[in-house]
Design a binder for this molecule. Structure first.
Ligand code: NAI
Length: 329
């Protein structure tokens, strides 16, 4: 079988980190051939074409074909998996409204092109920021494509949260499970340890022995560290998170296509679960079953968690309303 994958922003940093992992089979496994469509804007075409030459030189057996284009109709033609990474970054002096508008101008037309040209069971993962609202705009513009086929990346936030817990507890990271992210992929996100386990026992019990007052540690150390990790990486590395973002994107899409055996996090369309207004694309604890994200339901939400979820969801509502006020939604 061959899967057609469209990557926008293919000439950018995350695109460069993603392409070679996809071609090597990290996304869909060693038996699935891939056809890549690299969609860029004219200024990014040279970098994408260069990456395509390097892909050729990688001599990847799974890679059937690479096409580079700046035409969304060509880029999304027959697309099974769309990775929307290309976005407009915030420039100097740019207000939040300008940023939302610039990205609505990208993700609206891309949603429409997906509806017109992609395969009928297309799955769309939005990485480009503001990811949740960009996904909302793309989904709203994709007539006839169910909103469940759009999700935005919060897996990097979850991985960061699990890694912080593992480091604090001095345990291997894969023993830390069930650390969902709620809300927006932004500084308001809520990494939630309420149901988290380490080696099968509650993380909160394990933390108590190490940090003492767990709620204070969560509020003052853990949550800000996770929420501001992107800024920390920029400060230390001198450039934003790239390989870890590409890695999280691979894990998100792989889980969506292949299914999960436990909870993970993804920003998906709300049908009112946990009081999140219907239609928003908000991060939840999810499972993936039969190629669909399913929100983990029936969890009890404490007052502390409620306040944090509400604050992040309020930000999503503001972003949606700002785009609506511009007449772009
Ligand atoms: P980058 O600036 O290196 O690359 C972006 C690429 O997108 C550029 O090559 C640009 O030409 C292209 N592009 C812009 N508009 C486009 C359009 N309309 N169609 C196709 N391509 C277009 O940025 P980088 O580091 O690769 O990051 C990409 C995005 O991912 C950013 O918005 C960043 O904020 C976001 N991000 C999201 C994360 C998440 O967890 N959701 C984590 C890290 C980054």
């Amino acid at each position: 079988m061959t899967t057609t994958i469209t990557l926008t922003g293919a000439g950018g940093q995350i695109g460069y980190a993603l392409l070679f992992r996809i071609a090597a089979g990290d996304l869909l496994g060693p038996d699935e051939k891939v056809r890549l469509r690299l969609l860029e804007i004219p200024q990014g075409l040279g970098a994408a074409e260069g990456a395509a030459l390097e892909l050729q030189d990688g001599a990847f057996g799974l890679l059937e074909h690479v096409e580079v284009t700046d035409d969304p109709a060509v880029g999304f033609d027959g697309c099974d998996l769309a990775l929307l990474v290309g976005a407009r970054p915030r420039g100097p002096g740019m207000e939040r409204g300008d940023l939302l508008a610039a990205n609505a101008g990208i993700f609206g037309p891309q949603g429409a092109a997906i509806a017109a040209h992609a395969s009928s069971d297309v799955r769309v993962t939005v990485v480009g920021n503001p990811a949740n609202t960009n996904a909302l705009i793309a989904a709203a513009s994709a007539d006839g494509v169910p909103a469940e086929r759009f999700s935005a990346l919060t897996r990097l936030d979850e991985n960061r949260a699990r890694a912080q817990l593992a480091q604090t507890l001095a345990v291997p990271v894969d023993t830390v499970r069930r650390v969902p992210i709620w809300g927006n992929h932004s500084a308001t996100q809520f990494p939630d340890v309420t149901y988290a386990t380490v080696g099968g026992r509650p993380v909160t019990d394990a933390l108590e022995a190490i940090v003492g007052d767990v709620p204070t540690w969560l509020d003052e150390t853990f949550i800000p560290r996770v929420a501001k990790r992107g800024a920390e990486i920029i400060q230390v590395r001198g450039s934003s998170s790239v390989a870890s973002a590409a890695n999280a994107t691979i894990e998100h899409v792989r889980d969506w296509v292949r299914g999960t055996d436990d909870w993970t996090s993804a920003a998906v369309v709300s049908y009112g679960e946990y009081g999140v207004p219907e239609g928003l694309i908000s991060s939840f604890p999810v499972r993936s079953v039969d190629g669909e994200w399913r929100i983990v339901e029936g969890l009890e939400i404490s007052d502390r968690a409620r306040a944090r979820i509400d604050a992040s969801v309020a930000e999503l509502v503001e972003e949606r309303d700002a785009v609506r006020a511009l007449g772009m939604l």
